[in-house]
Design a protein around this ligand. Structure first.
Ligand code: ZN
Ligand code: ZN
Length: 591
């Protein structure tokens, strides 16, 4: 539900030349914090040269016009880069660093190890045909207003020159691909091709680029679109008698979890915790459903099965929702209410100089989710934050009704807590105060999603919704989604859970609609580990708060915990924990 520019959601496209890089080797005199910060800047520029698409997505536009051919040679160059940088990192002693740099150091090490693991062990360039999709980068160049349009269109034009060779090479790299990812690649390449076939031409019309040049640019767009269509034809006709399973398998899953989530717990441990949490939530939900039954059903006999009971009460409460044309207005009205609540309960300090703008979702965002946050990227920390709200105009009444029941009066408030206040929006405002680019670029998805989930519980615990059983029941239903995301992801990828069992888990035990459950199944069959981030981050933050409470004793204040926690930026909770629980606080921290 969040569209921020964090590394966890990005496919890394590597390639290009990495020269032997002697200037990165620091000399003895510059192994302190200042020397390390100089090294970081150099590290990032080297990284972007080898990953121009990733660079574009985080707002670094020096290499916009490059597209690197995805062959073995370019992978070797990236591996060389990781070895050189690991060597350079090894010369520093992070024990002497400020807390912020200690975290950067650990995050850079993790990132380099992850790149190596992807190339040498995961090898998704062989089995994931959608990992070659470059249309998203072209869309970014076209839609983000970081440079004058004519300049961006020129980068677009230069980058397109590589498309035919790029996709020819992709065809050579693919071996026994995953069927689900092959279908996704066909769907998403054809779905996005309008960016090159149509949007580019439409944008050209708005410029005064000379007609002869425009013609060259349009000719190249035609060739590029043809090359992409050829790629999808290739995938459609590919003889694939022994496709790889979409299930990652336990070993790769554990590795990926380690690199992406960076938790102090293993994937198995967090799965076990999620199973326990589900039991606890069912128990609580039963309690509230029993309490609510007479109010909504009078003397009608209560279902004997507790899951049936919960399901019927939820169904009844879901009828309380706004009308389709009041959706955005309802969300806009919530923002000042949530802000006032956070202030009145003294949960954390809000920065009034960074107002949140609620807006209709821009057309190019394709309207996947009903609401999402767009936050300024790592290289544009002063930019606006937008709360994008999808319009329900043009929806069939049935579709709108089903959607509005899902985002009913209760859930809609929790959604705004999660996305905006004090969830993602507030977290990003705090993160952007940290000078560290590394934390913004390699931002940890489990920390970011974990904070949003944690903030829901914090609001409820502090009396948001007046502790009404209706609100509590609906919040638990919403929370159950995060918990079941973890159970589902691990079960499917590590334990072979069959589809029917997965659908039953989501519909029967997590009270989701059939359509929502089918959508989740599709998501789990083309992604892995990301669905773990919500519950893992939540649990780690709750655990850390308990430890911090013990450490602070009488001096504990919730506001202090929240602000201290957020001050480190989007670092893994594990690293924030190390910093917050460190025996001696030196007082020299930057935060
Ligand atoms: Zn209705
Ligand atoms: Zn989120």
């Amino acid at each position: 539900m969040i569209k921020i520019l964090l590394a966890f959601a990005l496919f890394i496209f590597f390639f290009t030349a990495c020269k032997k890089d002697s200037s990165v080797v620091p000399d003895q005199a510059s192994l302190d914090d200042a020397g390390f910060n100089r090294y970081e800047a150099h590290f990032l520029d080297e990284l972007w040269k080898l990953n121009p698409d990733w660079a574009t997505s985080v707002g670094y536009h020096k290499y916009d016009s490059l597209l690197l051919i995805p062959n073995k040679q370019t992978r070797e160059k990236l591996l060389t880069f990781t070895k050189v940088q690991m060597d350079s990192l090894g010369k520093f002693n992070p024990n002497n660093f400020l807390e912020s740099n200690k975290m950067d150091f650990a995050m850079m090490q993790n990132q380099l190890a992850e790149i190596q693991w992807k190339i040498q062990t995961l090898k998704d360039y062989e089995w994931d045909p959608n990992s070659y999709n470059v249309i998203g980068t072209f869309a970014t160049i076209l839609n983000e207003h970081y440079e004058p349009l004519a300049k961006r269109l020129n980068s677009f034009y230069e980058k397109m020159a590589f498309i035919p060779a790029y996709y020819k090479e992709a065809e050579k790299q693919i071996k026994n691909p995953v069927v689900e990812l092959t279908n996704l690649a066909i769907e998403q390449h054809l779905g996005g091709i309008g960016v090159i076939e149509k949007d580019f031409a439409d944008s050209l019309k708005k410029t005064n680029i000379p007609e002869t040049q425009k013609k060259l640019m349009l000719d190249r767009a035609k060739l590029s679109a043809d090359a992409i269509k050829e790629y999808t034809e290739y995938l459609k006709n590919l003889k694939n008698d022994h496709p790889r399973s979409f299930r990652l398998g336990k070993e790769l899953y554990d590795d990926k979890y380690k690199f992406e989530i960076q938790s102090s717990l293993t994937a198995q441990q967090i799965y076990n915790a999620a199973v326990e949490r589900k039991k606890y939530l069912h128990h609580e939900m039963t309690k509230f459903s029993k309490q609510l039954w007479p109010k909504y059903f009078g003397t009608k006999p209560m279902p004997a099965d507790s899951l049936d009971l919960i399901s019927q009460v939820i169904d009844t409460l879901s009828a309380k929702h706004v009308a389709p044309d009041e959706f955005q207005e309802a969300i806009e009205k919530q923002i000042p209410i949530l802000t006032a609540f956070v202030k009145s309960k003294d949960l954390l300090t809000m920065d009034p100089s960074k107002p949140l703008v609620v807006r209709k979702e821009p057309g190019y965002m394709a309207g996947v989710a009903g609401a999402s946050m767009s936050s300024p990227g790592p290289y544009d920390k002063g930019g606006n934050s937008y709360y994008n709200v999808g319009s329900l105009a043009g929806w069939s009444p049935e579709r709108a009704e089903s959607y509005l029941r899902e985002y009913n009066q209760y859930i809609l408030q929790i959604l705004s807590i999660h996305e905006a206040i004090p969830g993602h929006y507030v977290q990003l405002i705090y993160a952007n105060k940290s000078p560290s680019l590394i934390k913004a670029i390699f931002g940890n998805g489990a920390m970011v999603e974990g904070w949003a989930v944690y903030s829901e519980q914090m609001m409820i615990d502090n009396g948001y919704g007046d502790n009404s059983p209706e609100m509590l029941l609906m919040w638990y239903k919403w929370h159950l989604r995060s918990v079941c995301n973890t159970i589902l992801d691990y079960s499917v990828h590590s334990m072979n859970m069959p589809k029917q069992q997965a659908i039953t888990l989501l519909t029967h035990e997590a009270f989701q609609q059939q359509a929502e459950a089918e959508g989740k199944w599709k998501r789990v069959s083309v992604t892995s580990v990301q669905l773990d981030s919500y519950y893992t981050g939540f649990k780690e933050i709750m655990d850390l708060r308990e430890e911090w409470k013990k450490k602070m004793g009488d001096k504990y204040k919730l506001k202090d915990f929240n602000e201290k926690f957020l001050s480190y930026g989007s670092a893994p909770v594990k690293l924030i924990r190390d910093a917050m629980l460190a025996k001696e606080t030196t007082g020299t921290e930057k935060h």
